[in-house]
Write a protein that binds this ligand. Structure first.
Ligand SMILES: [Fe+2]
Length: 303
């Protein structure tokens, strides 16, 4: 199975589920529980490993230190002012709807109590990397695998992998929007219908250029909505302001044909006209994948 960088969160090699990059503090994670969940995630899709809920862990909220909380508030404050003018209205409304707060790291149960009634989505804590098929299975049931560690204070500007700021602040506000919520579930369900690596790669590109790094035109202006832009002061400004960026109109097939690189600011971005455009394009793509799956059963194509 392809290890997809889009869905990559770090884990150590010993299989404890404890992320390598966050060794300063992972006390919000129970080691034994994380080890079991990570083992399950690593085997997801194999016989006996088909229940996404077995990849989930608890968020031991008391494990966050005062320094962790300060890191959250610093990240929140330095980005929110920019986002007020430059983020999609849909993200801003979603942030309000889930009561995203500056003064504390989100408690997933509190977020979910607001999110559930709006769209049926939920954020579920995971210990680390969730391989593509497991990730698709989660979002196909409106559950978002969520990293709960937070970057160390001394690495506040450098984020090699997702943390709770990226996953909750960056991603989850859009899950409160019914149109985006439908798109994301359809994405997961469609992705589950294929084991074909070329389609998995195309779907990863679609995820990258929309969910992670998407731009949208609102009120005659470009706004950001992708989580990688929302959660990054440097990249959000670069995306909107740099003359170096090639901002292209969204076209699903063109997006899926565009390779991406993960280790520097994105030179190519795609601009939606609306989230309905994204949802409708995804529905069309899902129909195509379903038709292919009917013609070529998964059992004949699995690798
Ligand atoms: Fe992300």
């Amino acid at each position: 199975m392809m290890r997809n960088p889009v869905f990559l969160a770090p884990t150590d090699d010993a299989g404890t589920g404890k992320p390598k990059s966050y060794s300063l503090n992972a006390a919000m994670i129970d080691d034994a529980q994380a080890g079991q969940a990570q083992h399950y995630a690593d085997h997801f899709g194999q016989p006996g490993y088909d229940d996404p809920t077995c990849m989930y862990i608890s968020q031991r909220y008391d494990g966050y230190t005062d320094e962790n909380q300060e890191t959250w508030t610093t990240l929140f404050d330095r980005q929110m002012q920019y986002l007020a003018d430059n983020a999609s209205n849909v993200w801003l409304s979603g942030a309000k709807a889930i009561n995203l707060r500056r003064d504390h790291i989100p408690d997933l149960s509190e977020i979910n109590s607001r999110l559930g009634p709006l769209t049926g989505w939920a954020s579920r804590a995971v210990p680390g990397y969730v391989p593509a098929q497991g990730f698709f299975a989660c979002i196909g049931r409106r559950e978002f695998p969520t990293t709960i560690v937070i970057r160390p204070k001394d690495s506040i500007d450098y984020l090699p992998e997702p943390d709770i700021f990226h996953d909750i602040f960056g991603h989850v506000p859009l899950h409160a929007d019914p149109v985006f919520a439908d798109f994301l579930q359809t994405y997961g369900q469609a992705a589950l219908t294929t084991n074909d690596e070329s389609h998995t790669e195309r779907l990863a590109r679609l995820f990258w250029f929309t969910v992670e790094f998407g731009l949208i035109r609102e009120d005659g202006r470009l706004k950001i909505y992708g989580s990688g832009l929302i959660s990054s002061p440097g990249e959000s400004r670069h995306a909107l302001e740099s003359p170096e960026v090639d901002r292209r109109p969204f076209d699903l097939d063109r997006v899926c044909d565009t390779a991406f690189e993960i280790d520097h600011y994105q030179p190519i971005l795609y601009v939606l006209e609306s989230f309905e455009q994204l949802r409708d394009a995804m529905n069309t793509y899902a129909q195509r994948l379903l038709k292919m799956a009917d013609e070529t059963p998964l059992s004949n194509t699995s690798s």
